[in-house]
Ligand binder design. Structure first.
Ligand code: G3P
Ligand code: MG
Length: 242
């Protein structure tokens, strides 16, 4: 299974945003497991670089800069070592996973793809190394940090990439082409029918985040989108593969 296979397998790809973030604590193994159980053909997660006490850089799966919103600890995640983070708990007493933990889960689900979002800078090289060590996982790498994504493209010329955009920009297609991207990922709130028409001229598949209702999903599919990131895969059953 490759990312290309996944793009072609479904008419409209449902990507589990931070797992199934509307149903389980985001970016936890429980959330990823639930998204898989609900039939998501692809999962999305955010990675940041932290260090072990011995100075080894590692990739942690976490969205915010700070621990405050989603855990029982406070402060910047980058101020914590891997060992210190092991004691931190998300809701439901769940641990914060490292990227390897999610890869271990996915090893048992070879048909499920993984969208790794480079959430912070200085993640490209480590992500490339991790992908190289786990070639069986179909991975798409994306980022709002287009310089970091360009760095990734330089060190890994094979893994598919997609730039992320929080807002509409006229140069999106150029940026995607420069990265040799396979898709454009964009905030659903910044899309209109006219803008979609312009974007479709790029011939690249377009994926929008974060879409949690079937009515919004239907509308975006009619506009020509190829899929969505969702917190609520349970509501999008009709698009999920059985
Ligand atoms: O990759 C889609 C989406 O995850 C981007 O926004 O803030 O949820 O990481 P965010
Ligand atoms: Mg994300």
């Amino acid at each position: 299974m490759t990312i290309n296979d996944l793009f072609h397998r479904s008419d409209f790809l449902i990507i589990g945003h931070r797992g199934a973030a509307g149903l389980a604590p985001e970016n936890t193994i429980a959330s990823f497991r639930l998204a898989i159980e609900l039939g998501c053909p692809m999962l999305e997660l955010d990675v940041q670089r932290i260090y072990s006490e011995d100075g080894t850089p590692r990739l942690v799966v976490f969205h915010d800069d700070k621990l405050d919103r989603t855990t029982n600890a406070k402060g910047l995640i980058t101020d914590y070592s891997v060992e210190a983070l092991e004691k931190v708990r998300c809701a439901d007493d769940l641990a914060i996973p490292m990227l390897e933990d999610v890869i271990t889960l996915l090893a048992a689900h070879p048909n499920v793809g993984l969208n790794i979002e480079l959430k912070s800078k200085a993640t490209a090289d480590l992500v490339a190394q991790t992908i190289q060590a786990n070639p069986h996982i179909p991975v798409l790498v994306s980022s709002f940090h287009h310089d970091e994504l360009a760095r990734f493209r330089k060190v890994d010329k094979a893994t598919p990439v997609a730039p992320l955009f929080a807002r509409w920009r006229e140069d999106m297609r150029d940026l995607a082409n420069n990265l040799d991207a396979v898709a454009i990922n964009i905030a659903a709130t910044s899309l209109t029918a006219t803008r979609m028409q312009a974007l479709l001229e790029s011939k690249l598949p377009i994926f929008a985040y974060t879409v949690n209702t079937p009515s919004k999903a239907d509308k975006l599919q009619q506009l020509g989108l190829k899929g969505i990131f969702t917190d609520r895969p349970d509501k999008l059953e009709k698009y999920l593969l059985s």
